[in-house]
Design a protein around this ligand. Sequence first.
Ligand code: SF4
Length: 435
Amino acid sequence: MKVMKKIYIETYGCQMNEYDSELVKALLQKNGFVIVADNKKADIIILNTCAVRDSAVRKVSGRIARLRYLNKNYIIGVIGCIASAYKTELYKIKDFKIDFFVGPDNYKKLAQVIKKVIISNEKSDETEQLLETYEDVFPVRKKGASAWLTIMRGCNNYCTYCIVPYSRGPERSKSFKSIINEVEQIIEQGYKQVYLLGQNVNSYVDNKQNFVDLIKTISNYQQIKRIRFTSPHPKDLSMSLIELMAQKSNICSQLHLPLQSGSTNILEKMNRTYTQEDYLALIKNIKSIIPDIVLSTDIIIGFPGETKKDYEETIKVMKEVMFDSAYIFKYSVRPKTLAAKKYKDNVSEKEKKARITKLNEMQKEISLLKNMEAVDKVQEVMIESISTKKSVHDCYGRNQGNKLIVIPNNNYVIGDEIKVKIWQASANTLRGMPV
Ligand code: SF4
């Protein structure tokens, strides 16, 4: 019998999924499997999936069909959010012949599941919610300047459009001690930047220690040059966190604060638990403490019942806040969510397209204006790549605000911190020269 050991992992979705794939790699290598970087060299394919948007689910379905076409003998497994939320729908597609489903809380069983499929050719399904935090597993991180670290998992907020509380279960935090252990491991491995991840990082709690206590402790490690976190929920964002960000030079002055809609009426239907006024007041408070904070957001357009007036309210908030960047999505029905059960998806596709196009154009102009403010200023860049897609003579990194800066490559190495003067700005990129 052929020994089937080689596994190829493909990751979809957010940074939390990227981190989970690193955990999965560690768990599989410990059990004798070999991770390969090319699906053609693999016996087993694992797709670590995202169920947040309909387009993500369709992308994974298309990929499974393609993989089955390429090699009908592959063992194919679906893990992550689709496995726990939508496996029934994928099971129904006969040609896919998916061999196993493993949910986000069941990765410790993954090696056993695969061995069972190899030996008995039986399909396997491990998607029970277990409140797992994986605090005893150290991920196999990819090389680079930055390390991801998931500090909490799940969500209790039940925004009506969102599948996450169903696919990832309720909120739970890793222990403070295990996170600090992991930070020390990250330092030993030479990473200079840490991204703290969670569905709602500011809901973090371990006994009486909250997110501010945690990030303050991490910021005391001088070897960690930059700390970023994502995502906070506006309802839980404390000014003590913003004050700490203002005091500590290694906590980046950058905040991703999902708005979702500028209309209080739609925010209520989304169960976001804040109004337009609350959100704007929060931004005002943040800017009063850190005037030059770099802000980004998420916006959903075309939520059920979104009128032209609601949409205009979103435009109004975007113009007032002047986000540095925004991820704008069209609403898509996520089966099993409250919005899918309660509301009719009644904004036409044509209207959604028109609204998203206009919003993206407007945001592009705002992003350009914000980036132009950097021209002629000196900023510190941490190098992330020693070439760009367009040129091996250039390299790129990011500033404190997480903006991409391209500079000439003077034999820098990943993780170097360079002072550069910005000489050109577009909506997405800055260009600078070392000073
Ligand atoms: S806060 Fe809302 S959007 Fe974010 S994961 Fe929880 S339910 Fe989903």
